[in-house]
Design a protein around this ligand. Structure first.
Ligand code: NOJ
Length: 552
């Protein structure tokens, strides 16, 4: 184990790199990424300097939602590899000083999961059906869904089965929601947690953690929007239900049985800081993604407010703040920041939210690089989504017939969905699918843009000023200097349009200052050694949309 990553509290300051296995690296040439591909790229990840990887679902799955429809939580999808390969990956990652977090999907299973298949076969009123959320319909013949809930991807959240009952699915019809009031479901998931903890994984990312509990009266929404207003006193019937916390208290006791304790990171879209940190109380989850930061526009006032709110709210429960700019569900930061940032809807994250706003991709990349240094200097942990270290933009022109995301179909072709951030990575400027697959391999499962050669990892390797070298240098400094990661933070006085803060030194080392210029003109940097900058400096001047780190 290397450096600070060896301590038990590694999750308080870790940089976690998200591997989306379908699109990371394809070793066997079928056009889909695999576990062997991840193993082959561990040297890339070690050289990048990440502390941990989070692997999106790698379980057997009919892939109706790219693996978030799990048909067996205790095996590996054959397209991705085998359990033996997963074991080897975990061991090799640990050898390289990299922790391994995997995804668990507890809100729903695949409709092909044996438990759902049994529930279908067993019929209404059976104990098997009680593991999911089956109800009779409304209307004289039960021909109407039990209530007006909608799937997150569009369309009704209920599907009717042959015997006339309906089952709930907050996502696709192939992802039936499970019943967390059922002791059998609780036991089932606890067994899966232990299965992977026993294999040596260091933690879980929890899919839709805020969705597991429902209001069992199943009331209509009657147009109730989510996220709720900050001061709302009522709850939403299927998101962020208060009883969900009991589940995570149980999970925490399981994680704490291991030494060192395993760590959880919740995917929790609640849009209200006080509700988010309720999941991070000392006996619940360790960390959660900070989607307020991800969705904040590139504007100093908005970002400053989010940073303050994050630090204050997390401190109130003793949890480390975390920071994130992208993942497999949102448009890549280069493409979001390439567009006008004023007047966006709250939590704008997909390109539908930016429609009609022309893009300047050079500007987007400059801002994404500045955002990366800003984020990596903030206190706590950070997430990097695969391809951010290459400065990849969203692939915006995937032909509709090649789209795979169920969002396209469920939105009746009004939203192209999330495929644009899931395109296979370019590893080499030349070769089959930019080196994603071996020479002569099948076409990648999503088409890659034809102008990505300059963004390929090998085209940036060793090139001064490339985005890859910027990330390597930043993560290297994070490991070297005790001021980074969890710890103190204070804003500094700075000219208008500049966000400047200090991370005080520790262990006899000097601290670090971070300056980001959001304004239209260059500003003079204070005196001090510049450790790293997200773009070229003009002497002592910090250009627009640039971050510089200075020794304090
Ligand atoms: C959140 C995941 O990140 C997303 O990709 C998935 O579609 C939904 N949860 C449903 O599992």
């Amino acid at each position: 184990m290397q450096g600070r990553n060896a301590d038990d509290d590694w999750w308080r300051h870790a940089v976690v790199y998200q591997v989306y296995p379908r699109s990371f690296a394809d070793a066997d040439g079928d056009g889909v990424g695999d576990v062997a591909g991840i193993r082959s790229k561990l040297p890339h990840l070690a050289a990048l300097g990440v502390d941990a990887i989070w692997i999106s679902p790698w379980y057997p799955s009919p892939m109706k939602d790219a693996g978030y429809d799990v048909s067996d939580y205790r095996d590996i999808e054959p397209v991705f590899g085998t359990l033996a390969e997963a074991d080897a990956l975990i061991a090799e990652a640990h050898e390289a000083g990299i922790k391994v977090i995997i995804d668990i999907v507890p809100n729903h299973t695949s409709d092909q999961h044996v438990l759902f298949q049994r529930a279908l076969a067993a019929g209404p009123g059976s104990p098997e059906r009680d593991l999911f959320i089956f109800r009779d319909g409304r209307g004289a013949g039960g021909e109407l869904p039990p209530n007006d809930w909608q799937s997150t991807f569009g369309g009704p959240a209920w599907t009717r089965v042959a015997d006339g009952q309906w089952y709930l699915h907050l996502f696709t019809p192939e992802q039936p929601d499970v019943n967390w009031r059922s002791p059998a479901i609780r036991a089932e998931f606890e067994t899966s947690l232990r299965f992977w903890f026993d294999r040596g994984i260091d933690g879980f990312r929890i899919d839709v953690a805020h969705g597991l509990e429902k209001d069992w009266a199943l009331p209509d929404l009657n147009g109730l929007e989510f996220p709720l207003e900050d001061d709302a006193e009522h709850d939403h019937p299927h998101w962020d239900q208060p009883r969900v916390h009991d589940i995570f208290r149980e999970w925490r006791t399981v994680a704490d049985e291991y030494s060192p304790s395993r760590a959880f990171c919740g995917e929790i879209w609640v849009g209200r800081a006080h509700r988010l940190v309720a999941y991070l109380r000392p006996d619940e989850l360790h960390t959660a993604f900070n989607f307020d930061f991800l969705t904040a526009p590139w504007l100093p006032g908005d970002l400053r407010a989010v940073i303050d709110r994050t630090i204050d709210s997390h401190a109130s429960v003793g949890a480390p703040p975390t920071w994130v700019l992208g993942n497999h569900d949102v448009a890549r930061p280069v493409s979001r920041y390439a567009r006008e940032q004023q007047g966006l809807v709250k939590m704008a994250r997909n390109l539908v939210h930016f429609e009609g706003r022309p893009a300047d991709f050079e500007l987007g990349l400059r801002r994404a690089r500045a955002a990366a240094l800003l984020m990596l200097a903030l206190p706590g942990g950070a997430y990097v989504y695969q391809g951010e270290e290459l400065g990849l933009p969203e692939a915006e022109h995937i032909p509709v017939e090649a789209l795979q995301d169920p969002v396209w179909v469920q939105s009746n072709g009004t939203d192209k969905g999330r495929d644009g951030c899931r395109v296979p990575l370019p590893w080499t400027a030349s070769g089959t699918s930019y080196g994603f697959s071996p020479a002569g391999g099948a076409a990648p499962w999503l088409p890659q843009p034809d102008d990505w050669a300059p963004l390929a990892a090998d085209a940036q390797d060793g090139v001064e000023g490339s985005t890859l070298e910027l990330y390597r240098a930043a993560l290297g400094l994070r490991r070297e200097l005790a001021a980074f990661g969890d710890g103190d933070f204070a804003w500094l006085d700075a000219p208008d349009g500049v966000l400047a803060f200090t991370r005080p030194g520790r262990a006899g080392e000097p601290g670090v200052r971070s300056w980001t210029n959001f304004g239209p003109d260059a500003v003079a940097l204070p005196e001090g050694e510049v450790l790293l900058a997200s773009g070229p400096l003009a002497g002592v001047m910090l250009p627009p949309d640039t971050t510089a780190w200075l020794r304090a």
